[in-house]
Design a binder for this molecule. Structure first.
Ligand code: IMP
Ligand code: MG
Length: 179
């Protein structure tokens, strides 16, 4: 993996495809095991960043899980703007359902806290979070995150769905902003 440059920024290779695949396999095992008793399970993928991760992850889970999408945005450049916008909500009734939320990365946790505060989830059987990456040192919200792929330091990351101002999502592996 060589470094990539987007705009003025350079990103170095950080998590290769083999490791991503292993992380996804471990998460898939955990999800299968956790939901053996749960009949009505659905996944909600958080766009845009979660789309590549979710498609790989859900194909590793040996179970037919209906998939829905929701779009959140908070990031401008390489920083969180502090306000979270929820858009494109097109979900079925979640009453009585076990809901698995699939996110690319959790940093402050404010996006997930805002989402979980929505009325949407009041009658669910359960709601759990699954994130590919977590920056534990940056967490500001109190969140119970059931499925974490990998904990990483606070540096900005890119690729495998994660973007820098909409670019870099296509990269098959994950890169970290060069110091
Ligand atoms: P939070 O609300 O601070 O937890 O931020 C979560 C959202 O910010 C994630 O869903 C990402 O879309 C975005 N984000 C956080 N860290 C990064 C990063 O290192 N690279 C790209 N996007 C990020
Ligand atoms: Mg995201």
């Amino acid at each position: 993996m060589a470094s990539v440059t987007i705009g003025q920024l350079t990103f170095d290779p950080y998590i290769n495809a083999e490791e991503i695949e292993q992380i996804n396999a471990n998460l898939a095992d955990g999800i299968e095991a956790h939901y053996t008793e749960a009949t009505d399970l659905i996944a909600i993928v958080v766009l845009k960043g979660g789309y590549i991760f979710a498609s790989d992850l859900l194909r590793k889970v040996n179970r037919d899980i209906p998939v829905y999408f929701i779009q959140l945005s908070s990031y401008i450049d390489t920083r969180s703007s502090g306000t979270v916008q929820i858009s494109q909500v097109n979900l079925p009734s979640l009453a009585g359902k076990h809901v698995l939320i699939i996110e690319d990365i959790i940093e402050s946790g404010l996006s997930m806290q805002t989402l979980l505060g929505e009325d949407l989830f009041t009658e669910t059987a359960s709601v759990e979070l699954c994130t590919l990456l977590l920056k534990p040192s940056e967490l500001k919200a109190e969140l119970d995150i059931k499925f974490v792929g990998k904990e990483i330091p606070p540096a900005f990351v890119l690729g495998y769905g994660l973007d820098y101002n909409e670019y870099g999502r296509h990269l098959p592996e994950i890169y970290q902003l060069k110091k």
